[in-house]
Ligand binder design. Structure first.
Ligand code: NAD
Length: 373
């Protein structure tokens, strides 16, 4: 894995406390000492899955052992369907079996699935124990590990049972991204494009210029994308921890994205891919409303399309999509709200979306497989 280079430590600042996000190449080799510096003084209970543990567990374990002694490890199943009540119950029981108590802490080591459920276990085990995140997918490093949204899925929908529960530290080793399947890398990159689209035209420009190197996971380019995107998330969460205001802009691309995931039973799209389609829809719809300039929308569409091949929209019925959209937990009040772009790097929350016009737009968006006809 080569030498360790901590590129950047930055903070999520919350009323009365803050936590560090540490990013760099090879950080796992120093996880023990970095986490002790962050205030932990005993071995964590590591929660991971077999795939991540096989690839990167030995490096992490060696370092944690050096700092804290033997480390209990609990592995959960791999995949969204394991972000469930059943897995959660198994986790609690396994934790009791390792003699966990109120002084224990959890280290979530994996992608967003591991982070979300391990974080929810931390939030609820004995009314809450500390936890830290060592995210291993691009999506988790730039998005899900930051901001304290933890959750499990239930049959009524995704992430419907959860909490805001902030980690005490986030340790993102960019080197581990080299083992990510290409499709997972692209899925994370759509979320990075989203953050750039709403907050940073300069990051967007950088991604346009360096996309081949980023997709190839070259260290300097990937580092810049992870650091800058994670910083955007940290800044937005610092401004609005509980998503009562500005944090909502992070949902750019998610209105249609969530609806697409749900309309296809969470099987066709990775979350990031659905967000990719959702951004295309938001840009095209924004253009119809006269918001984003044509050259700017063309740039964003080109970038999203160049990240990878989005699974087709074929066969998705308008009614199914529309019903999913109306059932989204963010619209339970009955209003349709969308995040649209004023210009690249600048988003606005629109609460005045007319349902007939959006429905009509989606009809043509689906008919044209993502290019309105
Ligand atoms: N909490 C939040 O704010 C938030 C935000 C966005 C998404 N999410 C959630 O995140 C989840 C999706 O996360 P994800 O995209 O990371 O998916 P994931 O956790 O399922 O990981 C994707 C795949 O990559 C594998 N993997 C992980 N790290 C690897 C590595 N370094 N090398 C090789 N393979 C590796 C995993 O085992 C899995 O098979 C969803 O449940 C979504 O709801 C949460």
């Amino acid at each position: 894995m080569g030498g360790i280079a901590i590129l950047k430590t930055f903070y999520v600042e919350l009323p009365g406390r803050r936590y560090a996000i540490m990013t760099g190449q090879g950080l796992l080799t120093k996880a023990g000492s970095l986490l002790s510096k962050a205030g932990f003084d005993s071995a964590p209970i590591v929660i991971s899955n077999a795939k991540v543990w096989r690839l990167h567990g030995p490096v992490l374990e060696r370092s944690l052992k050096g700092a804290f002694g033997p480390v209990p490890v609990i592995l959960i199943g791999d995949g969204e369907r394991f972000k469930s009540h059943t897995t959660l119950m198994k986790l609690y029981h396994r934790m009791f079996r390792t003699h966990a108590d109120r002084r224990s802490w959890i280290l979530a080591f994996g992608g967003g699935v591991v982070g979300d459920i391990a974080g929810f276990a931390a939030a609820t085990f004995m009314r809450g124990i500390p936890f830290a995140m060592a995210p291993t997918t691009l999506l988790a490093q730039v998005d899900s590990s930051i901001g304290g949204k933890v959750a499990i899925n239930v049959k009524e929908g995704k992430n419907l049972i959860g909490a805001f529960y902030q980690p005490s530290a986030v340790l993102a080793d960019i080197g581990v991204l080299r083992t990510l399947p290409k499709r997972e890398l692209a899925a994370g990159l759509y979320e990075a494009v989203k953050s750039a689209a709403i907050c940073s035209e300069s990051l967007l420009g950088y991604m346009e210029r360096r996309l081949p190197q980023i997709l190839d996971c070259r260290p300097p380019e990937m580092e810049r994308v992870v650091v800058e995107t994670a910083k955007i998330k940290a800044r937005v969460v610092t401004a609005d921890e509980k998503e009562t205001g500005v944090r909502i802009i992070l949902n750019f691309g998610h209105t249609v994205g969530h609806a697409l995931e749900s309309a296809t039973g969470y099987r066709r799209f990775k979350h990031g891919e659905a967000v990719g389609w959702g951004m295309l829809a938001a840009v095209e719809y924004g253009r119809e409303l006269g918001l984003l300039r044509a050259d700017e929308s063309a740039r964003l569409i080109r970038l999203v399309r160049s990240v990878g091949r989005l699974p087709s929209l074929k066969g998705i019925a308008l009614d199914t999509l529309w019903n999913s959209l109306l059932l989204d937990k963010k619209f339970r009040s009955g209003d349709i709200r969308m995040i649209l772009l004023q210009r690249l790097g600048e988003a606005e929350i629109r609460g005045d979306i007319k349902s007939e016009s959006l429905r009509k737009f989606l009809k043509s968006f689906l008919a044209g497989n993502g290019s309105p006809v």
